[in-house]
Ligand binder design. Structure first.
Ligand SMILES: C[S@@+](CC[C@H](N)C(=O)[O-])C[C@H]1O[C@@H](n2cnc3c(N)ncnc32)[C@H](O)[C@@H]1O
Length: 265
């Protein structure tokens, strides 16, 4: 429900270099949650930006997306160079930067050994992960749907998917409000649950609504600051608890930088 206070925060965020392209519905939702806890308007704005940092800004800074897309465009016809440029861009988002070594060590091969090679993938709360497509070795007929909350990032990913060796599209999606109704063979939710947990306690509603027989859900093994103390144990226990009432089978894959659960719904 829009109010003058929420409108003022939306206007302030629209001025911010880092957050101006984040879907306004998300900013409004976070602002509505923070306003009752705030001392005044400035405090409400600060608190909303802190939440945006927690769910989005901590992972990547704004990038020159048009220039990056042009660089990718210039590699057309040279798959090895395309992959090399993808790996350079992947370093610009904290989540994919730490996935690079695992990609080389058979990350997707081990996942697809369990799920079978998918031809339709949903990559939810995707960050830059669509740029790992060259490591997936999907058939050219495969279809890839990527979703995240920043309009400029989504526009870049959509342009990337037009250049990638599969079909696909990127969408602006707030998973707390809406789960895409598109069905797929496999849905990725890589390192997304901790972020979504900051926004809703009803993570199961999101997992239930995803229309894919396989969910590939992962957790980081280190904090962004590099500390790793008991992260695996903590996330394993949290995930066990989350799924305790679902009869879903799951297998665990332990990569150095990521704890992955392949879940059969
Ligand atoms: C830790 S990053 C993981 C990115 C990517 N899945 C990966 O592992 O490379 C979390 C991602 O969740 C996205 N995100 C946060 N809240 C979201 C929401 N409500 N709906 C959709 N995506 C969201 C952020 O923008 C960010 O890209």
């Amino acid at each position: 429900m829009p109010t003058p206070e929420i409108d003022a925060i939306l206007a302030a965020v629209a001025e911010s270099r880092r957050y101006r392209h984040v879907a306004p519905t998300i900013v409004a939702r976070l602002a509505a949650e923070e306003l009752p806890k705030s001392k005044n308007a400035a405090d409400a704005e600060k608190r909303t930006k802190r939440r945006l940092h927690q769910i989005f800004g901590a992972y990547a800074s704004p990038l020159p997306y048009d220039r990056l897309a042009d660089r990718l465009d210039n590699t057309q016809g040279d798959p090895a160079l395309f992959k090399k440029v993808c790996s350079q861009i992947l370093t610009q988002h904290a989540s994919t930067a730490e996935r690079l070594n695992d990609l080389q060590a058979g990350f997707y091969q081990r996942i697809f050994e369990i799920t079978g090679r998918p031809t339709k993938i949903l990559d939810l709360a995707c960050g830059f992960n669509p740029l790992t497509l060259p490591w997936m070795e999907l058939p050219p007929s495969a279809f890839y749907v990527a979703a995240d909350i920043d309009a400029e990032m989504v526009r870049f990913l959509d342009r990337f998917l037009a250049l990638a060796p599969v079909h696909g599209e990127a969408r602006l999606v707030d998973l707390v409000e809406f789960t895409p109704s598109t069905s797929a063979d496999v849905a990725f939710l890589f390192k997304a649950l901790p972020c979504l947990r900051y926004q809703t306690h009803d993570l199961l509603r999101i997992l239930d609504a995803i229309r894919a027989p396989w969910l590939v859900i992962s957790f980081p093994t280190k904090t962004l600051g590099g500390r790793s103390k008991s992260m695996r144990e903590t996330y394993r226990a949290t995930f066990d608890d989350l799924l305790k009432d679902r009869p879903w089978e799951r297998q665990e894959l332990d990569f150095p930088s990521e704890l992955v659960f392949v879940v059969k719904k």
